[in-house]
Each structure stands twice: as structure tokens, then as C-alpha cells.
Design a binder for this molecule. Sequence first.
Ligand code: FAD
Ligand code: DHB
Length: 401
Amino acid sequence: MRTQIGIIGAGPAGLMLAHLLQRKGIESVIIESRSRMEIERTIRAGVLEQMTVDLLNETGVGERMMKKGIFHEGIEIRYNGKRRRIDMHHLTGGKYVTIYPQHEVIKDLIAARINAGGKMFFNVSDVCLSGLDTAKPNISYLNESGEKEEIICDYIAGCDGFHSPSRQSIPAEIRKEYQKIYPYSWLGILAEAPPSAPELVYAHHEDGFALHSTRTPEIQRLYLQVNPEDSIDDWPDERIWEKLRLRLSTEDEWTLIEGPVIQKNIVPMRSFICDPMQYGRLFLAGDSAHIVPPTGAKGLNLAMADVQILAGALFDYYASGETGRLERYSEICLRRVWKAERFSWYMTSLLHRHRDYTPFDYQIQLAELDHVTTSKAAAQSLSENYVGLPLEFEEQPLSVI
Ligand code: FAD
Ligand code: DHB
């Protein structure tokens, strides 16, 4: 098979890249190791930055999001039983916190791909990249019937998530990897219950962190800080509700509305960056190049920013043969990535309970919580990061849309 761009992975990064390219008449082929049903059902992110919302709308895949999405003007931060609201809409000049689940974004992008007649193959295995430093890189794999296939491309986009074989194809002596592993995990549940609060609640408690998020008026998404060695069997539903009640409790009469737990999972927390995000004719985008702890709700949004930048650079190449932005892809992305890494690390440090903190460290953490929820300047800084920094001027992918 021959194509212009070979895309490995049908997550938000791979699907959005294919969509942006297709709108400009650039051909791509997506290969994905899981089934369509599995990727459309995996529960992950919930919060979209304004930039992601605008991108989905401006490229014609935002219709269901505008109907089913939930638009908040702020978030609440709780600590020591206090409730402090941060009015992000006001502090960022009119931006919103949008809640629209990642698997719904995936469904919208797959539907757009099918509508456009784009090539997309599920259930592939044994993916192998070669010729990355030649003009004709190629991807070999086994299709869902177990037959060997090959795609010869102009460029390859490695959008295959954290356990990325694409990243491993960059020679180890060129790759610099930065990593931080946090000494806790998140237990996430979906519960059949109405929302207990009008906006997202991030709670710091001596017992640990808790987050109340939402999906629909009938289904809520809640998270708890747990020990990294915990398994789901350590967390029967009653224990989960007991900890949520404790950690979300306030001095006033707020009550948590409980309901049947319909899904639960535990995810580890890490920060990770691969530098550079490119090698020869291979470009990494999204979780294949970087991971953030989920506290800042940045992962999916960073993936969307990477592919906007990559798509813009590929347009330059196909329109005029200009490779300047392709050559600088990694440099341009990493500026934004490091800022999101910093913010995600900050939110994680601010809100979790750190077992290794001294009493001094803990008082400093409480002082920071007090500051960020009472100082307009500090709350504004948190808000502009949370709703999303604009793409830098030189990264502005105006031609994408
Ligand atoms: P992925 O979504 O991981 O997609 C990669 C795809 O590649 C997968 O479908 C995988 O099956 C496929 N693949 C892997 N290997 C191969 C192979 N060898 N061949 C072919 N295909 C392959 N982000 C936010 O922005 N906001 C949030 O609120 C948020 N909350 C989160 C909450 C939790 C609990 C978790 C776990 C994550 C959260 N994230 C959030 C992060 C977000 O889900 C990820 O950053 C996002 O999925 C990254 O998209 P991606 O396309 O880069 O990678
Ligand atoms: C959700 C996930 C996050 O990581 C976050 O910070 C806020 C909300 C969610 O899944 O709804």
C-alpha cells in the first residue's frame, strides 16, 4: 500500500491528524491495534480545553459535543472543609471548562473518517517501522486476518500512546527521556447518580485527594487518590463512597449523592517527556511523546495541540515543499508540552496528600491552597493554564482550519 502519511494509533491524536489532513486533501492510512468497539468504549478523559472545543467545531466535528457537552464557568477547590470557587470564565475573558468524554470525541472522529472514505484498519498486530531516515519510510504489520501488509509513506505519525512502538524506533542514543513517577494512583469510578455539585470539585484532604466530575445529568465521574500498589479488589464500593464522603466533606451542609458504581479502574500517575519528538521522517504526537498526571486534565488537549502543529507543518510541505516547520516540529511542540507538564505537576502537588511531607511542607501546601483560591493574580494564572494556553504565535496553525 502507498500513502502520504502513515498514522499508527486511532486515539485522539491519530484520528484528529487524519481528519485535519483529509480536509486539505492529504491522504493518510490509520492502523490501530484494538477493535473499533474497544476504542469507542474506553473511559478516559473528560475535560476539553477551549482550543480543543474550537478545533472540533471549526473542523465540522463539534455538533454532538455542542449538544451533549457540559459547559462550566469555573471549578471549586476544597481543603480543610472550605469551599472556594474559581471563576475561570471571568478570569480568562470568557473561556469555558467543557466536559465531553474522550470516547465521544473518538466516536465523532471515526464517523468523520468513515464519511470521508478514509482508510482505517483495526485489530492490527506486529507493527514495525523501518527506513525512517530514508525518503520512503514504511510500516509493516499483520492485518486482522494475520496477513502481512506494508505501507510505504512520505512521513509516519506515531500516535500510538504511551507504550508506543514508534517511540522505541527512535535510536536510544538520540532519545532523551525525562520521567517522574508519583507515589500514588487514581481510582476512577462512573456512578449512576445526579451531580452533587454544579461544577467540578477538586478536594484536598488530609486523607488524600478526591475529584467530583460529571458525564451526564445521570452519570458522574469521581476519582480518589489511592496507594500505587492497590488493586481494584481493595476497593469495594462501600469503601469508595466512605472515602469520597470524607474527602469531599465541607463545613456547611453539602452532601454527596451516591448511586450504583457501573465502572471502576485504577491508573498510575507519571510525568514523561521524550525529546526529540521526531526522527528522520517519523513524528510522535500525543501520549507516545509525553504523559502528564491527570490532575490538570491536559493529556488529550496536548495530543490535539501536537497534531495541529504537525498538520500545519505537513501542509507547508505539500503546498510548497517547505520543510522549515517540519524540522522544528519537536522544538515547537516541546515549548507547550513543558508548560503543560509544569502545570500538571503543580496541580498534582497542590492537591494530593504527600506521605513524605514534613509538617513544614504540609503547612506550605495549605498556604499555597489558600493563596491560589484568594489571590486574583494566582487564580488567574491557574485559570489560564486550566482552560488552556493559546498556541504560540509561530505555532498558530491557522491554515489547518
Ligand atoms: P491514546 O489515546 O493512548 O491512543 C493511542 C492509540 O494507539 C490507542 O488506541 C492504542 O490502542 C493504539 N496503539 C498502541 N500501540 C499500537 C500499535 N503498536 N499499533 C497500532 N496501534 C497502537 N486528558 C485530558 O486532556 N483531559 C482529561 O480530563 C483527562 N483525564 C484523564 C483521566 C484518566 C483517568 C486518564 C487515564 C487519562 C486522562 N487524560 C486526560 C489523558 C488522555 O486520556 C490521553 O492523554 C489521551 O488519550 C492521549 O491521546 P493519544 O491519541 O495520544 O493516545
Ligand atoms: C476529569 C479528569 C481529570 O483528569 C480532571 O482533572 C478533571 C476531570 C474527568 O474525567 O472528568
